[in-house]
Design a protein around this ligand. Sequence first.
Ligand SMILES: Nc1ncnc2c1ncn2[C@@H]1O[C@H](COP(=O)(O)OP(=O)(O)OP(=O)(O)O)[C@@H](O)[C@H]1O
Ligand SMILES: [Mg+2]
Length: 267
Amino acid sequence: MENMEAIEVLNLTKKFNGFTAVDNISFSVHAGEIFAFLGPNGAGKTTTIKMLTTLLNQTKGSIRINGLDPQKQQDQVRRSFGIVFQDPSLDDELTAFENLEFHGVLYQVPQEKRRERIKELLQLVELWDRKHSLVKTFSGGMKRRLEIARGLLHHPQIFFLDEPTLGLDPQTRNRMWNYLQNLNKKENITIFFTTHYMEEAERIAQRVAIIDYGKIISLGKPDELIKETGKNSLEEAFLVLTGHAVRQEEAESIDQMRLHRRMWRRH
Ligand SMILES: Nc1ncnc2c1ncn2[C@@H]1O[C@H](COP(=O)(O)OP(=O)(O)OP(=O)(O)O)[C@@H](O)[C@H]1O
Ligand SMILES: [Mg+2]
């Protein structure tokens, strides 16, 4: 069991009705590592995370989470990780405390420990003062912080975060990464995250994988990718490697332009 990788992926493929969203990817993430999974919109990041976290079955290939198979050992695998989804998933009509309490009950965290852990985490994400406020009164940043606290409640060994900082201001993003880096050090938790902010990945991740059109086109330490491409930042290296726009907004406006062009052509 020693030196076991936290995540091991071999020849993983996902097809949706003949469309290949994830195309024969292989990689592993070491226990205790902070690993970034980067790629343009539609590259296959969320699809991969869903397969790693038992939410989607793969078409081909194998996955091991702490040595366990997410398809065959679903419950054990689910207990071993926490997740922050790309789309918000809190209950707006409950308070911050109730959202965490509910999650703790689902994960069978014993009542005594649950209360303690909720307090510790709400303090960590600086929401303890707002524990009895309804989530619908929270700002985007507060909701994101609460989702992080929730994901950590059952002491996961691996934490998946799918664009955890999207739409947050730079200060909030910084603070969030500070908590996560502290947790990584304190609890040796493995962190697997996606982001469209390349400077964030460059600063936080020990290694990054770049996925494009379902394939991993690059994997290594940020420094290595920067050197390899002869650039000065991961953002520039990413552009060279993918030839794509990085930001969601940019990608969206390009999509819109394409759509408009297509509509014009038709008239
Ligand atoms: N349930 C599904 N059915 C059909 N196609 C899907 C499904 N889920 C995802 N796809 C397609 O698979 C591809 C990869 O999607 P995915 O959500 O994994 O991308 P992503 O890298 O997370 O992108 P983003 O940065 O926009 O979140 C896209 O073309 C998407 O349309
Ligand atoms: Mg996604």
